[in-house]
Design a protein around this ligand. Structure first.
Ligand SMILES: Nc1ncnc2c1ncn2[C@@H]1O[C@H](COP(=O)(O)OP(=O)(O)OP(=O)(O)O)[C@@H](O)[C@H]1O
Length: 336
């Protein structure tokens, strides 16, 4: 992809975000200087309460900034009218809402209102765009259902389709994968990634689905209360140690070799494991979960040999037992 094509569509200049009441000024994050680019899927990661939703709400002007500037396509956000902004930025937030007597298709159709006016009739072209979004998010079966009869995940998909029909160059989403089952999470992230590539849209979303974000996002924003915002490709952040430090927590290890997180178990038994491929990896994984370290490098009197159709448990040279499943193997090793 031609990188010149990427533009700084959202720019944070010395931005300070938070909440202000008559008595109180609560700064959530400040001195933010960074940009979100078009043609990229950018994922915002951070602990609960760090300010991800606050940042997203501030970037779409749903709540006032405390200081600094937000530039959208090179112009201060304050200079846009509400109507202009609706043609520039579509937003999916996490706020719960209740709508009676409206079908999913009608709700999605509201995404066209910047072009039709709220009560405006949908044109043939509007309906084509709505059909396209419904098929992109794969909710054809929900289109005629009433919104308040849908599950949280189904509703979330409708809101995403509504954002898509708004046909804006920028889409902001607050935890869009939160209510989705795993295949739907993967599918949605892939749709958003593809959309950013194919249509050069700027897509910026917050998520707690770390592994998915690390695999699919072009850029990651790590938001931290103390260290501010650290930005890079998932791979740069892995190599420079940022991810490791960011998630440094007891029992969670970021493995830069695989680029994945793993749960670090203490173990209280060690067994030598001979085998290879998926069987080796699965036995090792299952035993680790049971606090038993098993690897080819382990020194132990006990040894498991993974064969084609059975697993042999040996003590020195003597066969103790031969079993067929990992479940049986775990039972036997736990007896040692
Ligand atoms: N209306 C409000 N007034 C004052 N403080 C608020 C308000 N809304 C949120 N906060 C506080 O601002 C901080 C950031 O909240 P925010 O919802 O942005 O975090 P988040 O990173 O999105 O968290 P999560 O991952 O749990 O959704 C939190 O400490 C929260 O309690």
């Amino acid at each position: 992809m031609n990188t010149n094509f990427k533009k700084r569509t959202i720019e944070l200049q010395n931005l300070s975000i938070g909440y202000c009441s008559k008595k109180n000024r609560k700064v959530i994050a400040d001195e933010m200087n960074c940009a979100v680019y078009s043609g990229e899927l950018t994922c915002l990661l951070g602990a609960n309460g760090v300010g991800k939703s606050t940042l997203l709400r501030t970037l779409c002007a749903f709540q006032p900034k405390l200081g600094g500037n937000i530039m959208i396509q090179g112009k201060d956000i304050a200079t846009y009218t509400e109507k202009d902004l609706a043609k520039l930025i579509s937003v999916v937030l996490t706020d719960k809402f209740s709508i009676k007597n409206m079908t999913a298709r009608e709700l999605i159709g509201l995404g066209r209102s910047p072009y039709t006016g709220f009560w405006g009739m949908l044109s043939k072209e509007d309906n084509r765009i709505i059909d396209e979004a419904i098929s992109m998010v794969k909710i054809e079966n929900l289109a005629d259902r009433l919104i308040d009869t849908l599950s949280d995940g189904e509703r979330q998909k409708c809101l995403i389709a509504k954002a898509l029909v708004q046909s804006t160059p920028i889409i902001l989403l607050d935890e869009p994968t939160a209510f989705l089952d795993f295949p739907s999470k993967v599918e949605l992230m892939q749709i958003l990634h593809r959309l950013s590539r194919e249509t050069n849209k700027t897509i910026f979303l917050s998520t707690h689905d770390l592994e998915l974000a690390l695999q699919i996002a072009d850029k990651i924003w790590l938001m931290d209360r103390g260290d501010g915002i650290n930005i890079g490709t998932p791979e740069d952040l892995a190599l420079d140690g940022s991810l490791k430090n960011f998630f440094a927590q007891k029992d969670i290890i970021f493995d830069p070799k695989t680029g994945l997180f793993r749960v670090e178990n203490d173990f209280d038994k060690e067994v030598k494991l001979i085998g290879h491929g998926a069987v080796y990896a699965m036995i090792r994984k299952a035993l680790l979960r049971h606090k038993i370290l098993a690897s080819r490098d382990t020194e132990s009197e006990y040894c498991i040999t993974a064969q084609e159709e059975s697993f042999l448990l040996m003590h020195k040279e003597q066969l103790l037992v031969s079993v067929k499943t990992i479940e049986e193997l775990i039972e036997e090793v736990e007896k040692l």
